[in-house]
Design a protein around this ligand. Structure first.
Ligand SMILES: C[S@@+](CC[C@H](N)C(=O)[O-])C[C@H]1O[C@@H](n2cnc3c(N)ncnc32)[C@H](O)[C@@H]1O
Ligand SMILES: [Zn+2]
Length: 401
């Protein structure tokens, strides 16, 4: 007998296996819970609710699919909190997850709008979309979404649809296991102070490739990095010529761990710009190269602004969710520049870290742009080169000789 417990997220109350009870020994939820649900993923689900609501303001959605559903909380929140009359289907291989999701559907009265099917997501995505394709597929797996992506893209309505996916395999995406990143995402990851942006860009590049091999193109709508995972929302479009043109959005990010300089190169550019400009004269630091990965936009500014404007409503979200959207709404204008972690810079250059706002004000005063980023509380986005940021940090910390 599974011990159930009631949880509340946003405006949705649901039952699932008692997470605290079953994860007491390990200290955190693991895949061997009778039914998997991670309360720490509330922010992920809050933003997913908000982004689906923003998408629905301009697009029509009739049918959504969550192929890896667990307790069903994510889809139930979509049905309960996002305005609309769309229908949903959920899959899971775990019979207890199916039982739990069915119980939650009944308790919330969504029997008319939602079905649950037990089985392998890779098969069901293809078979259950044969009659009617999905307008939205949300992949939320243990670890990497890579193995589900081809079936997910093929299950989407060709004309216009949206795909969201979470990845929790951070050692691969953040440079601990670069060869695994190459195998699963088609590009090397590296250790760098902006490693979470590399992770997001590797994930988008996988969406680009798998969509491309199915003659589709993508438009990244939003990217999220928080806690122990990254997540992206991309529009999938039927235009293969756009996908051809987007080959220019694939490239490399080079980084010197000694002086913290970086640059971004398209694949075509790599020959022409073989030399690398370090942030300090005579720097002998080794160059690390991430990629090939997506170097194009990681947000659609209008989409993020639409989602941000919806925050005025009372959604009952986690307090951090609003802060994340606020920071995203700032950083969209500077997404062509990787985020810069000021603490990492100060550590490298042996400087006392000034307050982030003061650094941003000074950069703006001398003619650059600077914003917060949701990626890290200690980081900013700016069009100033790293050497210039270092100079500002030195001036502010009284070490500008
Ligand atoms: C991370 S959990 C899903 C959590 C859920 N999306 C949420 O927001 O709470 C991953 C789920 O995928 C299920 N699963 C794993 N492999 C699967 C497969 N090949 N097909 C269908 N379900 C699978 C697991 O049983 C588990 O419930
Ligand atoms: Zn260097």
């Amino acid at each position: 007998m599974v011990q159930y417990k009631r949880y509340q997220e946003g405006k949705t109350s649901f039952l699932t296996a008692d997470v605290e009870l079953y994860s007491a020994e390990k200290g955190q939820p693991t895949a061997d819970l009778p039914v998997f649900m991670n309360p720490r993923m509330q922010i992920n689900r809050d933003l997913s609710v908000l982004f689906l609501a923003a998408y629905l303001r301009k697009e029509n959605i009739k049918f959504i699919c969550e192929p890896l559903a667990g307790s069903g909380v994510r889809t139930l929140r979509y049905l309960n909190e996002v305005p609309g009359s769309f229908h949903a289907v959920m899959f899971d291989t775990n019979p207890l997850a199916i039982e739990t999701a069915l119980m939650n559907i009944e308790n919330l009265g969504f029997q008319e709008r939602c079905r649950v099917i037990r089985g392998d997501a890779r098969l069901l995505l293809l078979t259950e979309s044969r009659g009617k394709r999905f307008d939205f597929v949300d992949i939320d797996p243990f670890g990497s979404p890579a193995q589900f992506l081809n079936a997910a893209v093929q299950s989407l309505r060709p004309k216009r649809s949206i795909l969201a996916m979470t990845a929790t395999d951070m050692p691969a995406l953040c440079g601990v296991w670069p060869k695994v990143a190459m195998r699963k995402y088609g590009g090397y990851s590296i250790r760098a102070p902006f490693t979470h942006e590399i992770a997001v860009r590797l994930l988008i590049s996988l969406a680009y490739h798998v969509s491309g091999l199915n003659d589709r193109s993508i438009e990244p709508l939003a990217s999220l990095s928080t806690d122990h995972y990254v997540r992206i929302w991309v529009r999938v479009l039927p235009t293969k010529t756009k996908s051809n043109i987007q080959s220019k959005d694939m490239g490399f990010i080079r980084f010197c761990p000694n002086c913290i300089a970086y640059d971004i190169l398209t694949i075509k550019d790599i020959d022409a710009h073989y030399s690398f400009t370090h942030a300090i004269t005579d720097c002998k630091g080794p160059i690390r190269i991430a990629g090939p990965l997506w170097i194009g936009p990681i947000f659609c500014p209008d989409f993020v602004r639409d989602a941000h404007s919806l925050l005025t409503e009372d959604w009952g979200f986690h307090r951090k969710s609003g802060k994340i959207i606020n920071a995203m709404a700032e950083e969209i204008d500077l997404m062509d520049y990787l985020y810069t972690d000021l603490h990492a810079l100060c550590d490298t250059y042996n400087l006392v870290s000034p307050r982030k706002n003061v650094v941003m004000e000074e950069l703006i005063r001398i003619g650059y742009k600077a914003t917060n980023t949701h990626f890290r509380p200690t980081a900013i986005r700016t069009d100033a080169p790293v050497s210039e940021i270092i100079q500002v940090l030195k001036t502010l910390s009284g070490d500008d000789d």
